[in-house]
Design a protein around this ligand. Structure first.
Ligand code: TXA
Ligand code: MG
Length: 311
């Protein structure tokens, strides 16, 4: 159910949960001060309580209340990438960020989104917690229709159109002496080189060690269809392929395209829509063409597809 900007503000301030757009994906928003609404966010998503939420702010002065000690190069990163698809995990004042938001950790993830509607909303509501607006485990939502698929047509959504980035924010974590990538996202590790003077290493899911983001432990981004990831262009047993504009696939196969091999931005923007389309068309099994580069934004796309394909 589409609601107006003023109604979204009213509902959030009165302790309700509302889905709102960002430039990455839609978020399921609740005011940081409304603990009951935050509990509702976990319940609606069926999200494990061990998985903390990101706090979204409109301006950097909203951060000062929650964080005293900022890690080295924080200002350089914030100046370069905020507002934008960067989340930074920061040591926080534990009495100021409710424990449920942090899943009991001594840190909080902060992000300043770029979407103009969202920034204006945040100025009026104050900080909002916002996980992606999908049921836990499902592909994230990149338009209001996706939110309604997961939460029903009566669920309140502020319509901000398509999410242009299409994948979540990149999460950076400071592990003395360097920042590391704790979740790949819309900014690639290479994007930080100029600002930091080094390319942060990627510390995503590692089966032996505890991941830096608890969220990496859980199943993610998956449609109901079984995904078969093909690295070597052998589609001989395929019937339904998701691939790229420029490529030729066996003529007996049905084909959906993510976009062009020349534009990882286009592929990222379409990624979750295409994965959701499989369920919309009731496809049981799909073969994914993984023969694409692995640098820059492609590394995020590959990671999302590997995660979506885990059974
Ligand atoms: O682009 C985005 O980041 C979107 C939009 C709505 O802003 N939000 C989003 O939230 O992707 P969510 O909840 O789907 O993913 C948040 C990730 C989870 O993997 C969680 O474990 C991690 O951030 N996270 C949050 N707080 C953390 C903390 N204090 N320490 C480590 N990881 C944290
Ligand atoms: Mg999510």
């Amino acid at each position: 159910m589409h609601i107006s900007f003023s109604e979204a503000i009213h509902r959030l301030k009165s302790g309700e949960v509302v889905a709102i757009p960002t430039e990455t994906v839609y978020g399921l928003a609740a005011c940081l001060e409304q603990t009951h609404a935050i509990e509702q966010v976990f319940a609606l998503k069926k999200r494990p309580s061990e998985n903390p939420l990101i706090v979204h702010i409109a301006d950097q002065n909203q951060l000062d209340h929650y964080v005293d000690d900022l890690p080295p190069d924080f200002d350089r990163l914030a100046n370069a990438f905020w507002p934008g698809p960067l989340t930074m995990i920061l040591p926080c004042q534990p009495d100021r960020v409710p424990s449920i938001v942090r899943a009991g950790l001594p840190t909080t993830g902060f992000r300043m989104p770029q979407h103009s509607l969202t920034r204006e909303l945040l100025r009026q509501t104050g900080p909002l917690v916002m996980p992606s607006a999908n049921l836990s485990g499902r592909p994230s939502a990149t338009c209001p229709e996706h939110v309604e698929e997961d939460f029903g047509s009566e669920f309140p959504v502020l319509d901000g159109g398509w999410c242009l980035k299409g994948v979540e924010s990149t999460i950076l974590y400071f592990q003395d002496p360097q920042w590391v990538v704790a979740r790949l996202g819309a900014l690639s590790p290479e994007d930080f080189q100029k600002v930091l003077g080094y390319q942060p290493s990627v510390m995503v899911k590692n089966t032996k060690e505890k991941p830096l983001c608890p969220g990496q432990l859980f199943r993610h981004y998956a449609p109901r269809a079984k995904l078969i990831l093909i690295e070597n262009n052998d589609f001989s047993s395929a019937s339904f392929i998701i691939g790229f504009k420029e490529k030729k696939y066996p003529s007996h196969c049905q084909v959906l395209v993510f976009g062009s091999l020349n534009s990882p931005e286009e592929v990222a923007e379409n990624l979750y829509r295409i994965l959701r389309q499989l369920d919309g068309q009731n496809i049981q099994m799909a073969w994914i063409d993984m023969d694409f580069p692995r640098q820059g934004l492609w590394s995020t796309i590959a990671e999302r597809l590997y995660r979506a394909g885990e059974s």
